[in-house]
Design a protein around this ligand. Structure first.
Ligand code: ATP
Length: 270
């Protein structure tokens, strides 16, 4: 059954998104649907049949996911929720900095349009300290090509109704403050950013994005804790990321580098 807003609002036009998007998006197949559970799940289920990079954009997503199965909510008519499936000829261990490079690609596009954001290691976009967008990357081996894998990059961006979402979630939530946003133009911009970033990442990894990531770093110089399932693993002062996307932390025992696994970064209470 279609949700209220899916019924009320015409589907975005893939022709218009294509017309507004940059050259780098030319090979992308567009799928725009009124409603689905999770755009990541939809694409992951079908990677074996994909023959080109594919964008799945749902006007309404009813079972969005964050890391570790945490829920991702989308305000009715107030969010962009989409996933991009892209084939990379890289081994799985080369993907460690990808969520950070995705953050840079999105932050660039937002900043270029006057929405100033910060990045929180490893996978969130913040505005005024609250979460504006989430990134979830999932992967699947390419059964038809040895050494290649499909990445499915899921993005949820709050366009409006951050306060209502925040009340529902019991935590601060940001939006870009544009209930009447031109979604097709935003979709085209974010897609262009991702399609420009991915070939560079495939060739050179995270290194070309590290300095820019550090320029967007929300927690630079702050006292932070690194948590694993609620337990404090490390405490120290955040010192940005290195060229592989590891978080640098100045602790009492010296500088350490932390890989993005299932650990979480939190501001320390001082
Ligand atoms: P971590 O720092 O480890 O990534 P996280 O709590 O930010 O932890 P994620 O998996 O990145 O976890 O995101 C899921 C969380 O995001 C949910 O548990 C919920 O609190 C929050 N959330 C869900 N929907 C939204 C939304 N639309 N906008 C902002 N935050 C949201």
């Amino acid at each position: 059954m279609l949700g209220y807003n899916a019924r009320m609002h015409a589907l975005p036009s893939s022709a218009r998104v294509a017309a507004l998007a940059g050259e780098a998006t030319r090979a992308v197949a567009f799928e725009i649907v009124a409603e689905t559970g999770s755009t990541n799940a939809d694409l992951l289920a079908r990677v074996a049949t994909l023959t080109q990079p594919t964008l799945c954009w749902a006007q309404r997503q009813t079972a969005g996911r964050g890391r570790a199965g945490r829920p991702w909510l989308a305000a009715d008519n107030g969010a962009l929720t989409f996933s991009l499936a892209w084939k990379l000829r890289l081994p799985p261990q080369a993907l460690s900095g990808l969520s950070l490079a995705v953050g840079v690609a999105l932050a660039r596009q937002l900043a270029a349009r006057g929405v100033m954001v910060q990045l929180k290691w490893p996978n969130d976009l913040l505005r005024d300290g609250a979460k504006l967008a989430g990134i979830l990357i999932e992967t699947a081996a390419d059964k038809n090509e040895r050494g290649a894998l499909w990445v499915v990059i899921g993005v949820g961006l709050n366009l409006a109704q951050g306060d209502a979402l925040g009340a529902q979630l019991g935590r601060a939530v940001a939006d870009i403050g544009q209930p009447q946003a031109d979604r097709e133009a935003w979709m085209a911009a974010l897609l262009t950013g991702l399609c420009e970033m991915l070939p560079v990442f495939e060739r050179e990894g995270f290194a070309p994005f590290a300095q820019e990531w550090n320029g967007f770093d929300a927690y630079a110089g702050c006292e932070v804790n690194i948590l694993d399932r609620g337990e404090v693993l490390h405490h120290g002062r955040a010192a940005g990321v290195d060229e592989t996307g590891r978080l640098l932390l100045d602790t009492e025992a010296g500088r350490i580098a932390i890989m993005a696994g299932d650990v979480s970064l939190r501001m320390a209470e001082v």
